[in-house]
Design a protein around this ligand. Sequence first.
Ligand SMILES: NC(=O)C1=CN([C@@H]2O[C@H](COP(=O)(O)OP(=O)(O)OC[C@H]3O[C@@H](n4cnc5c(N)ncnc54)[C@H](OP(=O)(O)O)[C@@H]3O)[C@@H](O)[C@H]2O)[C@H](O)CC1
Ligand SMILES: [K+]
Length: 431
Amino acid sequence: MANRAGFSTQSSDSISYLSQREAAEIDEILMGPLGFSVDQLMELAGLSVAAAIAEVYRPSEYSRVLAICGPGNNGGDGLVAARHLHHFGYTPFICYPKRTAKPLYTGLVTQKCLHIADIIQLESLGVPFVPVEDLPADLSNVFDIVVDAMFGFSFSGTPRPPFDELIRRLLSLGNHDKTQKESPIIVSVDIPSGWHVEEGDTTGEGIKPDMLVSLTAPKLCAKKFCGPHHFLGGRFVPPSIVHKYKLQLPPYPGSSMCVRIGKVPKIDISALRENYISPEFREEEVEADPFDQFRKWFDDAVAAGLKEPNAMALSTSGKDGKPYTNYESRKARELSENPCASLLFYWDGLNRQVRVEGFVQKVSGEESEQYFHSRPRGSQIGALASKQIGVGQSGSLKEAWLTCCSVNHPRTIVHEQSFTETDQSAKWCAS
Ligand SMILES: NC(=O)C1=CN([C@@H]2O[C@H](COP(=O)(O)OP(=O)(O)OC[C@H]3O[C@@H](n4cnc5c(N)ncnc54)[C@H](OP(=O)(O)O)[C@@H]3O)[C@@H](O)[C@H]2O)[C@H](O)CC1
Ligand SMILES: [K+]
């Protein structure tokens, strides 16, 4: 089943969960007969974690990320995730208390040496390493996301220093009201650190992550995860392992590195908000000709790689003056009754929109034919199959007003005069 974001979801009942022994066995098979190297697997695991975070928490709102990395490969996943998050536009910080100083020239390709490569790469990106003693006792207000990469499936017993104290700090965050922005989101890599790998949070006093990114396949403790976002990552499991362990895992959509497990949480629409951060839109920077302004912004939208930058909402209204948007069966009739219409180009990502208002005129049959043949085959079939959209009903704006505005600086710049296809001279004025 595909959700709104195009991600497939699967009921957690039909998913396989691994025991600690199975997880370790799979690790050995991957890195033994199947020829994977630890850095290959870790790269894919860390990328999955970063992809899952980016799927839910945008860098514009959750930029400051603290990755707390443990001594094993779970910690390595955290380092790799931090590197990818840096490239995704976040500002990561690393706390890596058991950072090993073993140099590469020992010649031993151990996991510790590979972690050193990760450290070098992060340092070259200017990602700061924060000593544990320099971390604030209260992590709220300082970070937006804490990536818990302390322990994975090889954890046992109770956490030893300094991780016991770090886990306590994450626990105290759980006491904050998460609707108050200052409390960071906790993202656990593979296992919520401190939880029993199979039995989960046995005392009920362990950390309560907001997001869990299970790797390869969820471990048994993930059954107890009650947070809103459970993802699966580590898109490298070959069929031989799937068959041997009879794994039931959700399919990854398209080229995605992660897939959501379980339902998309219900969203409180009233709580949705976006902090628009974009350059100021100043009157003196506006092109004298609205067509030039539109062309400039349209080119920006294309260059930014926005999906379908030419997509627009066409609003019309009938005799009764009621507006309709995307209600195609009525559009043609309404336009013949009342040729006033408006177009809205909304370019999310650039925080810009352009609104065009004006009068619409039917194009000639010849122009319409030309347009029809320029469309993809699927659209042509759709148009022919639809009783509602006739081939000759395309229109063009003959006279229009443009309103361009930057969403965070809603100083609208309005084209005062109407213009026509032949007379495209235009003048702007601020309102
Ligand atoms: N195939 C896969 O699924 C992949 C998984 N990846 C990630 O790797 C981890 C598992 O990594 P591993 O190195 O085996 O183990 P951990 O990261 O869980 O941690 C081991 C270290 O933790 C120490 N440890 C254990 N218990 C405690 C404790 N109670 N207190 C303090 N320290 C503890 C342990 O030290 P020891 O002295 O006990 O040996 C180790 O140093 C998996 O979960 C995934 O995240 C790969 O990245 C990709 C492939
Ligand atoms: K973890």
